[in-house]
Write a protein of this length. Sequence first.
Lengths: 55, 488
Amino acid sequence: MPALLLQLIAESIPNLSPLGLDWWIILGGWLPGSLAVVAAFVVWFRSRKEDAGNE
Amino acid sequence: MSDQINLFYAAIVCVYMVTLGIIGWIGKNKVKSCADWYVGNFQIGGVIMGVAFFATYFSAVLMIGFAGNASQWGMSATVIGMWHAVAAFVAFAVLAPGLARMFKMLNAFTFSEFLALRFKSQALGTISSLITSVFIIPYTVAAFIAMAAALSLLVGLPFWLGVVVSGTIIALYVFSGGLFSVTIAEFLQGIVMTVAVIVVWIASYAMLGGVISAHETLASISTSTVTFPAMGSNLWATVIGLSAVMGFGALAQPQMILRYSTICNRMNLKRALLIAVLGSFIFPLAAYSYGPLSRAILLPLGYDVMTMNANFIIPTFINAAFPTWLVTLFLAGVLCAATSTIDSLVHMSAGTITRDLIRPFKVKMSDRSQLSLTKMISLVVTVVCCMFAIFQPGLIVTLSAYTWQVLASSFFGPIVGALFIKRSNKLGAISGMVAGFLVSQLWYLFLAPPVTPIYAFFPGVAASIIVTLVASLFAEPLDADFIAKLYP
């Protein structure tokens, strides 16, 4: 049953993302890289707010 | 026409060299003590240090060598680049706060000195500085070779003269201004090299009709250019291995540690975090993207990248596909990328040799004489590296090939122990360093790809961390007062 489910999922999702690249490239590289950038913005923005509050 | 272009390029190189000379002069006025030369007296701001971090991180090898390989590997190479941003985030968000605090508290000026003071072991400092010196010098030589090759291409200088010119100017500004000059120079270099790769990246997509159209063109050449390699294949091992080595391996490189441990305060650390992560995201993404895109652009021009030497693909691509102004901008970027890596390596090597290898054996050494000695050694290091770059002995080339893996394997355990394990001690740190070094060496010699798909980095780092933790249990912890000060 799980094997059948996985097969159904694999057949229903195309290999290529809307960007024209394999989903593994997007999920294995572009997503973690983008998350690091978002996290850096969050850390920087929060520290700015904290510093503004302390002044 | 060719002579005119060479003269034009020579003028640009002259302006660049004069700018570096001025930066050296500015730095000279700021350097009054060893603390100024080694760590900028812990006063360097976040924006400058953030740019200096990724300018040191990415060299001409990425812009030309790895990008050339990526043209043969396909867009899966962008995965390698994306993990650089994750590593930069870990460096500044996880490691930097603790390292910056401890560096200041211990008044450590080099990475080896930090280890010696944190674990109260001069032997640890000496062994780590020996490993650093032996492996960083070949890496510096490799960077000199890349820079001289770029100069020869740009101005038509003989290779040896390219080495001498670049060596002279780098020696002068590192000698004069230490970390002040190095980081200001890297700030400017980082901006130029980033603009260069971004413009080439955007122009490549534009030539192929946009992002999706470009990927469709690549897929029409071969579907492997837009898909991830099959698990267990050689390319799969390369992508996974390089993602880890070039990403997380950077965290334990002494020259990189010096970038994120010497920032002046918390707010500047957050600024540096943002800029370093952004730079570490966009720069490798651009380089690892224009590499594969060059395949689709070069094919109609009669070049098949799959039959070319990877090191010549990007120079051929830039020359064949772009106008003169863009060729000039790209070569200026290559020059900046090479210089920004070399200056940090010379600065770090000179500091390590003086402070960790010579000073412990000289009973009396004033701050002033130590500063003079360090500056002299920075000149000696540059001269030695230039000589090696001109004559290129085989051993040097071999050693530089796995510098990152060896340094990361040796130092990961002691860094993790120093920052996060209060119980870690001298025995653990020395054992972890030696175990990581030996395991990575043996793996590299006997089990590295293609024998197995696993890079020496993985077993080396694992051995370093595990042995540091386990061996620390077999010796007394450091005294409680000292530990309490380190972990407030």
